[in-house]
Design a protein around this ligand. Structure first.
Ligand code: ATP
Length: 354
């Protein structure tokens, strides 16, 4: 197990700056997600952490030791790639034991270790089967077995479930998380899927254009995004932004839009100019008594809930509400916003004021 600290990590490919001065810490035993859109630099960050890519500058500490310039083989870590490559001419047991045998571990010890790993993964009964005829799930378990068997300090995974269909992907992600909870090994996992990151991660780093936008617990960054990018990358549908011009004082506990006062959490840093009122779809409520009105543009039925698109004087928004609530396109409705997680942004800097 290991704590991994990243300090001012940077990577240039020629003149292109792929990762810009990143700083964050993965605590011992955490399941840690590197999340962001394609090309944001998450794979490059992971590869530097694992020793597969050299940093241009900055430091990487594993358990306090600076390893930035050390190759992967000297970091005592296991890297699990997206394509789980197995040795096709070996059976399951041989595939798992291969890393131990190549390290020169005595046979009896190898057998014991492989038995333990097979038990953890629930594949004891297929140890003698050739890997050729295995189901996709069993192939993944064997590949994981090969990574686990060495007892590495940390696991690094780059979109390991990326190639799977949705149903199987969900099952494997549950298995991976359960496996982590049993073993407690530090795991750093790259994904572009915000739902996967929130479901599986203890902590998430959100990256964009090579920059760490925010890092924290899933609920913390979902409820309190520090930038408009994070607010819109997490959540589906994403956070609404209602645009307004205003001057806000420090610790102001409400804001005014169209002459209507809306409560906000009162820890605001004062600011003026072009602002956005950020509200999650599940925190928009319909109330006849509200003087703040909008017109329903569309409804999208999702089973137990529906997504209602409403035109307001400050821009369109989406509300998530019960599907049993009868709402017609063209209807004018009063809107209220649950103040608990309202976030105000400066639209010029993209940063939250809270
Ligand atoms: P994806 O999910 O698409 O892999 P990512 O967030 O993991 O995206 P990276 O693979 O880290 O992104 O790439 C970040 C940027 O660096 C991209 O613009 C990519 O084209 C560039 N890049 C990555 N590796 C190299 C390389 N070896 N040489 C030049 N540019 C590279």
């Amino acid at each position: 197990m290991a704590q991994i600290m990243i300090k001012n990590l940077r990577k240039d490919f020629g003149t292109f700056n792929a990762v810009k001065s990143s700083t964050f810490t993965v605590e011992d035993g955490e399941f840690f997600m590197l999340l962001g859109p394609s090309g944001c630099g998450k794979t490059t960050t992971l590869r530097m952490m694992a020793g597969l890519e050299l940093p241009t500058s900055g430091e990487i500490y594993i358990d306090g030791e600076e390893v930035g310039m050390k190759p992967a083989s000297q970091r005592d870590i296991a890297f699990v790639f997206q394509m789980f490559a197995l040795y096709p001419h070996m059976n399951v047991g041989k595939n798992i034991s291969y890393p131990l045998i190549s390290q020169g571990m005595p046979r009896a010890q190898v057998k014991k270790k492989v038995g333990e790993v097979a038990e953890i993964l629930g594949i004891t009964d297929i140890l003698n089967r050739p890997v050729g005829g295995l189901s996709g799930g069993d192939r993944q378990r064997v590949a994981l077995g090969r990574a686990i068997v060495r007892d590495p300090k940390a696991f690094f995974m780059d979109e390991p479930l990326g190639a799977l269909d949705a149903e199987f992907r969900e099952r494997m992600s549950e298995e991976l998380r359960a496996l982590h909870d049993r073993m407690g090994a530090t795991t750093v996992y790259v994904t572009h899927d915000q739902l996967e990151a929130m479901q599986m991660g203890d902590k998430i780093v959100v990256m964009n254009h090579g920059v760490v936008e925010q890092f924290g617990r899933p609920q913390q960054i979902y409820d309190w995004p520090s930038t408009m990018f994070v607010a819109s990358f997490l959540g589906s549908p994403s956070m609404n932004f209602l645009n307004f011009d205003g001057i806000l004082g420090n610790n102001q506990s409400s804001v005014e839009m169209q002459g209507v006062e809306f409560d906000i959490p009162a820890s605001l840093e004062g600011a003026g100019g072009k602002l956005a009122f950020g509200v999650r779809p599940e925190h928009v409520h319909f109330a006849d008594s509200s003087a703040y009105k909008g017109e329903v543009l569309a409804t999208e039925y999702l089973g137990t809930t529906q997504i209602v698109t409403v035109a307001t004087p400050n821009g369109n928004l989406k509300a998530r509400t019960s599907a049993s609530h009868a709402i017609r396109v063209g209807e004018r409705l009063g809107l209220e916003f649950d103040p608990r997680t309202i976030t105000i942004f400066n639209t010029e800097t993209g940063k939250a004021l809270l």
